[in-house]
Design a protein around this ligand. Structure first.
Ligand code: AMP
Length: 189
């Protein structure tokens, strides 16, 4: 099964993806994690992306598509992927459909975690204090939220038209959100 966890930054996508990996043996494909690893390793790619990410802007479609492409076959062979933070633009979504089709696969479900902006801000301030992730500072977070509203939210009708979209209340506890996601996946849309 291939699942997209969809939602604004700090909606809980990473937390829920990691849980599904542990419980179901699926593979998490997080472009944000891949990019942070590239930065930590000091690679050319990391150096190229660091400034863009620290401003809270999106890196180019070509870069993230290549990152996903490099890991997609292995994830499919392992039983399917949970896409976390990808796709973030229509171009990325169309590429993902094409890459999966080449492997004879498709997206099976898109689960949107709905969390209001005030709660996102509160969460991200906590995460900033805990983890010190530079792009979690309130100013940069606002840019990330704008990128979500402008570039990423238009994917909702894209997947809705395909009949793949389910919305889940992301404001509850981690446990409650997990239950709601499990229900959404158990009844494929
Ligand atoms: P995330 O951890 O998913 O919030 O991603 C952190 C940052 O990495 C984002 O603010 C972007 O700068 C970059 N990034 C991650 N995934 C993507 C993507 N699919 N498209 C463009 N930029 C991305």
């Amino acid at each position: 099964m291939n699942l997209i966890l969809f939602g604004p930054p700090a909606a809980g996508k990473g937390t829920q993806a990691k849980r599904l990996v542990n419980e179901r043996g699926m593979v998490q494909l997080s472009t944000g994690d891949m990019l942070r690893e590239a930065i930590a390793s000091g690679s050319e790619l990391g150096q190229e992306c660091q400034a863009i990410m620290s401003r809270g802007e999106l890196v180019s479609d070509a870069i993230v598509i290549a990152l996903i492409e490099a890991q997609l076959k292995a994830a499919e062979d392992a039983g399917g992927a949970i896409f976390d933070g990808f796709p973030r633009t229509i171009a990325q979504a169309e590429s993902l459909d094409a890459m999966l089709a080449k492997l004879g696969k498709k997206i099976d479900a898109v689960v949107r975690l709905k969390v209001d902006d005030a709660a996102l801000l509160a969460r991200v301030s906590g995460r900033f204090a805990d983890q010190g992730r530079p792009d979690d500072n309130p100013e940069t977070f606002k840019t990330r939220l704008d990128a979500y509203n402008h570039n990423t939210a238009p994917l909702l009708p894209y997947y809705d038209q395909k009949g793949l979209l389910t919305e889940v209340d992301g404001m509850g506890s981690i446990h409650d959100v997990a239950r709601a996601i499990d229900e959404a996946i158990a009844q494929p849309v």
